[in-house]
Design a binder for this molecule. Structure first.
Ligand SMILES: [Zn+2]
Ligand SMILES: [Zn+2]
Length: 110
């Protein structure tokens, strides 16, 4: 995971904080976690945005953009509130692949 940009929560667009926790017997991953109270949204570079539940396989959205080069789930790197656009970046260090999404319509624009 790159260290120059922190992911934003895909629900609150708040900066997420890194934390590391055993998830279950199969998963022990470094996550980023939303700092909003009661928000359990996490980002992991392997799964993308997930809301983990203990002992359950993570449900992740197939709609999140992936990097064409690394086929990794991309994270929200910034929010343009004036244009209601979110910008995605690849978690791979130094990867310059980005994606944009219109948060009002939910449609992806590249
Ligand atoms: Zn959140
Ligand atoms: Zn990439």
């Amino acid at each position: 995971m790159r260290s120059d940009i922190l992911p934003l929560c895909d629900k609150h667009f708040r900066t997420m904080e890194p934390f590391s926790a055993p998830y279950n017997a199969d998963y022990c991953i470094d996550f980023f976690r939303c700092t909003a109270q009661f928000c359990r949204r996490c980002f992991s570079e392997r799964l993308g945005y997930v809301t983990p539940k203990w002992g359950e396989a993570p449900q992740f959205s197939s709609q999140q953009p992936r990097c064409d080069y690394h086929s990794r789930p991309m994270f929200i790197s910034s929010l343009d509130r004036q244009r209601n656009m979110i910008h995605y970046s690849c978690p791979e260090p130094n990867c310059r692949e980005t994606a944009r999404e219109d948060i009002l319509s939910g449609s992806q624009a590249r």
